[in-house]
Design a protein around this ligand. Structure first.
Ligand code: SF4
Length: 443
């Protein structure tokens, strides 16, 4: 049998897709590159914004037309799915399956015997399934960048967010399983390991917290970079700050979602910190890197996630966000215009900032970050950085340095490939990228 998986959204969904692929291939199924060529099609969806959900609704015609040609075709939906969207999706997909039920999928789908079951199945998760789910070895889609989930779900219930509703409460994965998966990925050639969770730094399992987990991962033999996403400012304790700065494999890059720079809006978003506390945390993290790292690593690159036009956000409140952007001087920002998600607490509030105004606010923040990012990047000029190459195209190599900055460099000979770590001397800085010149090939 042949399968095709289409992923929408974040790295967690990519990681889930890797485990689905791992399960299917353990049964001899082969991956193909289109739904039309497949017997089993899985969409791993994202519900964070309505636009993301609409893209999955847009698959309806494609699924119908493939079903006409292939009567055995099975369409499965997994990922982040809101309860209110399920009835409509049930008309498009044969099965809506919670990812935590993955260990039961072959049985549910009768794939073990090659006979798909008729009719719609809703598979719900039991908490007990989680370790079995994680025990399914992922098919790492990148040989050099491994995605390792450390937890699932979230208990924070930020008022705008569907994740706690779609993924359930936070459940942590045992540390020995995480460390074994990192070890195996590094043995198989991973040069970068991402620790994933909806709220990574709220990790607690068997007496191990996030700081201890970072330290244990850092001890794993091998030359690899350790990254993580996403942390919550409220859970960043001093131990985590120190572990990050002291563990040399942890790269000097942090995405620290601020969401708003206004205390009133933060409260309405159910984000239990203030702008002042957030700024103090950033200051502490920057100081820790200055103290415990050498050379370029003394500067940590910081990016953020922010929402503009949250319900009731006034111009004055937005200006507080603009102010925090100017003060923190981010290296990058992922800016979202607020979009109402059914089932969340904020869905009951008035989404009263116009689309036009949201767009204007987005542009203002974007303009600020362009200036601050460029100022940071200019400091890179003349310096030599390690670049993990992820793409080679038209005589150029592209990759990320340890600060997660995109570096582009010209390739003279055809001896550079994705997964190589090269040295590039930075010759030009732009807001969201650096131009480098190759000084030495693979380390
Ligand atoms: S911390 Fe907040 S924004 Fe992040 S996944 Fe949990 S509820 Fe959503």
């Amino acid at each position: 049998m042949k399968y095709f998986i289409q992923v929408f959204g974040c790295q967690m969904n990519i990681s889930d897709a890797q485990r689905i692929a791992g399960l299917f291939e353990s049964r001899g199924m082969k991956e193909v590159s289109t739904a039309e060529a497949a017997d089993v099609f899985v969409a791993v969806m994202c519900s964070v914004r309505q636009m993301a959900a609409d893209r999955v609704f847009g698959l309806e015609q494609k699924i119908k037309s493939v079903k006409k040609k292939n009567k055995k075709f099975i369409a499965i939906l997994s990922g982040c799915i809101t309860e209110s969207d399920k009835p409509r999706f049930a008309e498009i997909f044969d099965h809506i399956l919670d990812i935590k039920t993955l260990p039961r999928w072959l049985k549910i789908l009768h794939l073990a015997r090659g006979k798909p079951r008729e009719g719609l199945t809703f598979a719900r998760s039991r908490r007990l399934d989680l370790r079995d789910y994680f025990a399914i070895p992922p098919k790492q889609t990148s040989k050099f960048s491994a995605l390792v989930p450390i937890s699932k779900g979230c208990d924070n219930y930020c008022s705008y967010c569907v994740v706690p509703h779609t993924r359930g409460p936070l459940a942590a994965r045992p540390p020995e399983d995480i460390l074994a998966e990192i070890e195996s990925a590094v043995k198989n050639g991973a040069k970068e390991v991402w620790l994933l969770g909806q709220n990574v730094n709220n990790y607690h399992c068997q007496g191990v917290d996030f700081a201890k987990l970072l330290r244990a991962a850092n001890e794993i033999p091998g030359d690899f970079w350790l990254r993580f996403t996403s942390p919550h400012p409220k859970d960043f304790d001093d131990n985590a700050v120190l572990a990050m700065a002291q563990c040399q494999k942890v790269t000097p890059y942090l995405n620290l979602p601020v969401q708003s720079g206004d205390n009133h809006i933060l409260k309405a978003m159910k984000r239990p910190y203030t702008a002042a506390r957030y700024k103090a945390l950033v200051k502490k993290i920057r100081a820790a890197f200055k103290k415990h790292r050498q050379g370029l690593e003394r500067e940590i690159a910081i990016s953020t996630d922010v929402i503009v036009g949250f319900c009731g956000e006034t111009e004055k409140q937005f200006q507080n966000t603009a102010r925090i952007f100017k003060e923190i001087k981010y290296d990058m920002a992922y800016i979202s215009r607020y979009s109402k998600r059914p089932g969340t607490a904020a869905a009951l509030l008035d989404d009263n900032v116009s689309d036009r105004e949201k767009k204007r606010r987005e542009e203002i923040l974007n303009d600020i970050v362009k200036i601050t990012a460029l100022a940071h990047n200019k400091k890179w000029c003349g310096k030599t950085v390690d670049v993990l190459v992820d793409r080679v195209k038209n005589g150029f190599g592209f990759g990320k340095d340890r600060h997660y900055k995109t570096v582009k460099f010209r390739i003279e000979k055809n001896d550079i490939k994705p997964g190589d770590i090269v040295n590039a001397k930075i010759i030009k800085a732009q807001s969201f990228g650096l131009m480098g010149a190759l000084v030495k090939n693979e380390k």
